[in-house]
Design a binder for this molecule. Structure first.
Ligand code: PEP
Length: 249
């Protein structure tokens, strides 16, 4: 009942020409593949949203932002409001990525406000949570993630407007991944936690993120309660991103 969801987070990479080429390549593969068992979302930098939205306009590929402000508009230099993302052609926005939490001091309360802003704009919020290596080593990973879920998922969250991404901080961009058993235990705990916050927790998609590559995608994506992947580095190469997506076919 939950379709797999393959999300590319391009982070701060790409100029117009390369972004258009990558997006067009993936759009062509989606159109050529016929029916597939997954949904695809590309989250380019804000400067490329329009370019990418145009490149995938005729294909079953969605476009998302990498962050939004908790307010809809105002005197917030350098920030982007969720209504602006919707206006640029986005259907989704990532909120609470660890690179925002750590690099920009965002707290779960900020993430909650951003997710609520996304919902007001009609966007699906992809709410990211993840423990640090020190927290995992201290045996606190489950508690930390439970708390992040409680504090980051806003009132009014539903399976239709919210996706959760579990991304252990120590696995992002490092080539390291948790064991399938650890991922299964964490995703199952997240779903139980969501049961206290949303009406249909079984319908919420929970993605895994952190060094997903073509050679480990199948083992991660076939775990119970893993409903897709949030992919960073490997989403910048069409062949790698497509190979990851194809493990869902
Ligand atoms: C990410 O940025 O969300 C991510 C998972 O990155 P990577 O795939 O490069 O680890």
């Amino acid at each position: 009942m939950r379709r797999k969801f393959i999300v590319g987070n391009w982070k701060m990479h790409g100029l117009r020409e390369g972004g258009a080429t990558l997006a067009s390549d993936l759009a062509g593969r989606m159109l050529g593949a016929g029916p597939v068992a997954f949904d695809m979302l590309l989250c380019p930098p804000a400067t490329l949203l329009h370019t990418v939205a145009q490149a995938v306009a005729d294909a079953p590929v969605k476009v998302g932002g990498q962050d939004c402000h908790g307010k809809d508009s105002g005197a917030h230099t350098g920030d982007i409001g969720a209504p602006m993302l919707a206006d640029a052609g986005c259907s989704h926005v990532i909120v609470g990525h660890s690179e925002r939490r750590q690099g920009h001091g965002e707290l779960s309360a900020d993430v909650k406000a951003k997710a609520a802003a996304a919902h007001r704009a009609g966007l699906v919020a992809i709410v990211c949570v993840g423990e640090t290596e020190a927290e995992r080593d201290a045996g606190r990973a489950m508690d930390v993630i439970a708390r992040m879920i409680d504090d980051s998922v806003p009132d009014g969250a539903t399976a239709a407007n919210t996706v959760v991404a579990y991304e252990p901080v120590w696995a992002i961009g490092t080539g390291r991944t948790p064991t399938p058993g650890d991922v299964a235990a964490m995703h199952s705990m997240i779903r139980r936690r969501l049961a206290t916050l949303v009406d249909q927790p079984d319908a919420v998609r929970i993605l895994y993120g952190g060094s997903v590559k073509p050679d480990n995608a199948a083992s991660l994506l076939h775990i119970d309660d893993v409903d897709g992947a949030l992919v960073g580095g490997a989403s910048l190469k069409a062949d790698e991103f497509w190979a990851i997506a194809e493990t869902c076919r």
